[in-house]
Design a protein around this ligand. Structure first.
Ligand SMILES: NC(=O)c1ccc[n+]([C@@H]2O[C@H](COP(=O)([O-])OP(=O)(O)OC[C@H]3O[C@@H](n4cnc5c(N)ncnc54)[C@H](OP(=O)(O)O)[C@@H]3O)[C@@H](O)[C@H]2O)c1
Length: 331
């Protein structure tokens, strides 16, 4: 079977290659999935570059999530408890990575059965962005109805989910983008305000939107000066979750910005959050994601799909600015 493999950390379009690999056999409480599709997410590419929070031993295969069909079951009772059978279509949440190959073996705990009306394109991006959007806004920040949430990288797949969640849950969003031409599209999704970090005086406009107060809730995936702008937009008691490093540079922070008004900056990593949850919380979260996918809230736009053989073209497109949607690998 074919697998995307890297033997050293580096630029994805230089180090990733497609190889023949032996078909894996499922062990106790494991299932084997014939993969159909897996997205190229920023976190996958950070792993390949050797810049992610947790790194695999090499050689390794990237791919934290994806969709496929169960084709073999290992021993143990877990598969019965979870109703898993060959032929069932599942989302595959692969904590260590490894979904960019034709067949993958994972714990029966790490697959979620998908209803027929959730298309492969959506099932492929079932967990990483939907769960992060939901957990950050509903559980960690608990943004109240009518409250203002400011976000950076607002046109990302995850940012668009937060905009739609704002409409669904009743909180208001101020959305920062680096390209002004995305504003109309984000407003059509339900964004209350859209500002360009290149062209607008963001801090004074945010103060005006919020009656001079600044925002209580913010999430930043960019860092650098954009992250600093998010800090400057916070009002008294404000909380900023930092959850991405798209600019690849630190936030140049003057601590006095936090002291006045006792503002907080906290890190959020889905993988750490998941490790702290019990099985029931996770099952409830999976159900919520399925329901919000069906209602069009936690959906992902796909720009292009590539076969595994074209992995280098796929990662090059995934890193281009100004994409209109996710890049998918067809496995
Ligand atoms: N902490 C966690 O647990 C967690 C979980 C999920 C996702 N994330 C993070 O969430 C972020 C978004 O993920 P995604 O899959 O939604 O991304 P995506 O769909 O690939 O979109 C990336 C977006 O980032 C923007 N961008 C890239 N570099 C930028 C820069 N230097 N300054 C400003 N904007 C920039 C792009 O803007 P253009 O449209 O202008 O090109 C694009 O809209 C990533 O950082 C990812 O690592 C974190």
């Amino acid at each position: 079977m074919k697998a995307v493999v890297f033997e050293r950390f580096g630029n994805p379009d230089e180090v990733l290659q497609v190889r023949d690999a032996p078909e894996p056999t499922p062990g106790k409480n494991q299932v084997r999935v014939r993969m159909r599709a897996s997205p190229v997410n920023p976190s996958d590419l950070l792993v390949v570059r050797g810049q992610y929070g947790r790194l695999p031993s090499l050689p390794a295969t990237p791919g934290f999530e994806g969709v496929g069909v169960i084709d073999a079951l290992g021993g143990g009772l877990l598969k019965y408890l979870r109703g898993l059978r060959p032929g069932r279509r599942v989302a595959v949440l692969n904590g260590p990575g490894g979904n960019w190959q034709e067949k993958v073996v994972v714990s029966a705990r790490h697959v979620v059965q998908l209803p027929d009306d959730v298309a492969d394109e959506q099932g492929a991006s079932f967990f990483v962005n939907p769960a992060t959007a939901l957990v950050m806004t509903r559980r960690v920040l608990a943004v109240p109805k009518g409250g203002w949430l400011l976000q950076t990288a607002a046109a990302s797949a995850l940012g668009r989910m937060i905009i739609r969640l704002g409409k669904f849950d009743g909180f208001r969003t101020i959305n920062l983008v680096r390209r002004r031409e995305q504003a109309d599209e984000l407003r059509a999704l339900g964004a209350d305000e859209v500002l360009s970090t290149q062209a607008d005086d963001v801090v004074s406009k945010v103060k005006a939107f919020t009656g001079g107060e600044g925002v209580r809730y913010a999430v930043d995936a960019v860092g650098a000066d954009t992250g600093l702008t998010a800090v400057r937009c916070m009002g008294s008691g404000g909380r900023l979750l930092v959850y991405g490093t798209l600019a690849g540079q630190p936030i140049p922070l003057d601590p006095r910005l936090l002291i006045a008004g006792q503002k907080r900056i906290e890190g959020f990593w889905l993988s750490d959050w998941v490790r702290q949850q019990g099985a029931l919380t996770m099952l409830r979260l999976f159900r919520q994601i399925i329901s919000l996918m069906r209602s069009g809230v936690l959906t992902t736009v796909v720009q292009a799909a590539f076969p595994l053989d074209q992995i280098r073209e796929a990662v090059r497109l995934a890193e281009q600015p100004g994409r209109t949607g996710k890049v998918l690998l067809r496995c």
